[in-house]
Ligand binder design. Structure first.
Ligand code: NAP
Length: 519
């Protein structure tokens, strides 16, 4: 199992991180020593709401047991909780349904024994982790065994031991300690901190460590040397022999599109054209879905190798998958499912496709882009622009929705009526305004387009929207929606087959069909 620590400086940020991590990890650890104004019951409820199956560890670590010399750490709360306050907090965590309570060996026999009684008194008992950390060194194997024995004696259901690796051989001592625990039929969480300890983090879960720890990309590590969730999952697969470096699927392949409605979708046409060119014997069919749970169960039962997901299921589908790629989790939407030997993994290719299309025309780093709209596609655009080092500015018709998205990406917001006041390098329309049959409408007055060097539209039917025509007339560089559409499909094909998709073939197939529709 993989655990993501939540160690944000405020309750608000911690609630967000707990919900996000709960979807991705098997276990989350609430580090109440960092969450200054933390309400532990509220945090546990937020994690459970995000994922019913996630397990929650609650701990409130002593300062001397972790390194203060790490980079990237938020400011510690000015005051460390007293021993009594810590006990009160952990007691509240037990009563609020935490699955595990982690208390340090250094808290002393009385405190540990009290906590153990409380954990075990509950009808569905919480399990007690007795932990020990040394942020400076790794003792000898004998020294580690003595500490392990002390944790067991103190009443641990699970022992956690994390010393700092100064040399690679320190990893060997910790891995041997796991054999010692196994011989006694005891559960242990063990690994080394620090750059030189990374190998123990990779090997620990496969050597019997009850948990491995990982950090979300862009998240804060709770200990030096921690790997990202993606790295940990990749190593786990590799060590369990499930990793496909490139193992092309064999035999007839089947892919589906899940949406409602799907009648107008051009994805089947585009993907079938690509499969023909790639010489892959595959079917791609669109399904108008009314019961999403049943549709995903069907993918598993019929061993469908992959699926595209479209409106209105891009967010809802996340609850039915086994794993969500970190980018898709950050966007909050999945438009692609990969069936990796029975494990359904959700990805999002919308944001990267839009960035690919924009990058064909300009560099994005340091540039301001107005994002028109505040729905799912706007979120994908804001995520992509931020990730590329650009600066999004949200402009939306409904201020509450626009402000909420702007808060999420910590960027400015303007109501649609005030768009004329905003200066930016580019404009990206993510609203449906201008979509066939309303092909002559534009979401903004053409007079404001003089101010932009580049204008992108996500609408691809018609091929040239009113906005794109107006922008061309003003001399702006343009990125029509077709470019995003074919690239999100090409990235899907790449995820499903491991091969590069024939972009030009896909573009021509869609363009020809749209031209026939229009004229
Ligand atoms: P969504 O979640 O419903 O969001 C739509 C946004 O557009 C909302 O913020 C809404 O504003 C705004 N909007 C709607 N009608 C408006 C109007 N008349 N005037 C001003 N603003 C208006 O939709 P979505 O999932 O983001 O999809 C948006 C579009 O992107 C769709 O047309 C979809 O087909 C297209 N798309 C294209 C691609 C591609 O590959 N090219 C990929 C994905 C999506 P309020 O907040 O005020 O309601």
């Amino acid at each position: 199992m993989i655990c993501i620590p939540v160690m944000e400086p405020t309750q608000r940020e911690a609630l967000r991180a707990a919900a996000k991590s709960a979807v991705l990890a098997d276990v989350i650890e609430l580090r109440m020593d960092w969450i200054a104004d933390g309400d532990v019951s509220e945090l546990i409820s937020a994690a459970r709401r995000a994922s019913a199956g996630v397990k929650v560890i609650v701990t409130c670590r002593r300062r001397e047991e972790f390194l203060l010399a790490q980079e990237n750490l938020p400011a510690l709360p000015a005051k460390e909780r007293t021993g009594a306050a810590k006990m009160k907090l952990l007691e509240k965590a037990v009563l609020s349904g935490a699955d595990f309570i982690d208390i340090e060996l250094a808290e002393g026999a009385r405190a540990i024994s009290r906590m153990r009684s409380l954990c075990h008194k509950r009808p569905n008992p919480a399990r007690l982790i007795v932990s020990w950390h040394d942020p400076f060194k790794t003792p000898s194997l004998n020294g580690l065994k003595k500490i392990f024995d002390a944790c067991v004696q103190a009443g641990a259901d699970i022992v956690k031991m994390v010393p700092y690796a100064r040399s690679l051989s320190d990893n060997a001592a910790v891995l041997s300690l796991m054999d010692y625990a196994k011989d006694q039929g005891r559960e242990i969480i063990a690994m080394c901190m620090g750059e030189k300890g990374q190998i123990s983090r990779i090997l620990a879960p496969s050597r019997g460590s009850f948990l491995g720890f990982a950090v979300l990309p862009g998240g804060r590590p709770s200990a030096p040397g921690q790997l990202t969730l993606r790295e940990m999952r990749a190593f786990q697969k590799l060590l369990s022999g499930r990793q496909r470096f490139f193992e092309p699927p064999q035999g007839d392949l089947h892919f589906v599109l899940l949406g409602n409605p799907v009648r107008q979708s051009l994805s089947p046409l585009m993907h079938q054209a690509a499969f023909r060119t790639m010489g892959i014997n595959a079917s791609y069919s669109a399904f108008c879905v009314t019961d999403l749970a049943a549709a995903v169960a069907g993918i598993r039962a019929m061993n469908i190798q992959g699926a595209s997901v479209t409106i209105p299921f891009k967010t809802a589908v996340m609850d039915f998958l086994d794993e969500i790629d970190a980018d898709a989790a950050a966007v909050g939407a999945v438009n692609t499912i990969v069936n990796d030997h029975g494990r359904l993994i959700g990805h999002n290719t919308d944001w990267s496709a839009l960035m690919d299309a924009l990058r064909e025309e300009t560099q994005l780093k340091g540039k301001k882009f107005i994002i028109l709209g505040a729905g799912g596609t706007a979120r994908a655009a804001a995520y992509g622009i931020t990730k590329e080092g650009g600066r999004p500015i949200i402009v939306n018709r409904t201020p509450e929705k626009g402000r909420k998205l702007a808060d999420r990406f910590d960027c400015p917001f303007y109501p649609l009526m005030e768009i004329g006041k905003v200066r930016a390098f580019g404009l990206i329309n993510t609203t449906p305004v201008g979509m066939f049959p309303d092909s002559h409408s534009s979401p903004v007055d053409s007079s404001i387009l003089n101010g932009f060097r580049i204008v992108a539209d996500v609408i691809y039917n018609p091929l040239k929207t009113g906005l794109i025509r107006d922008a061309e007339a003003k001399g702006c560089r343009v990125v029509p929606g077709l470019e995003m559409f074919v690239r999100q499909g090409a990235r899907q094909l790449n995820l499903w087959t491991g091969r590069k998709a024939p972009l030009a073939v896909m573009r021509n197939a869609v363009r020809e069909r749209l031209m026939r529709h229009e004229f």
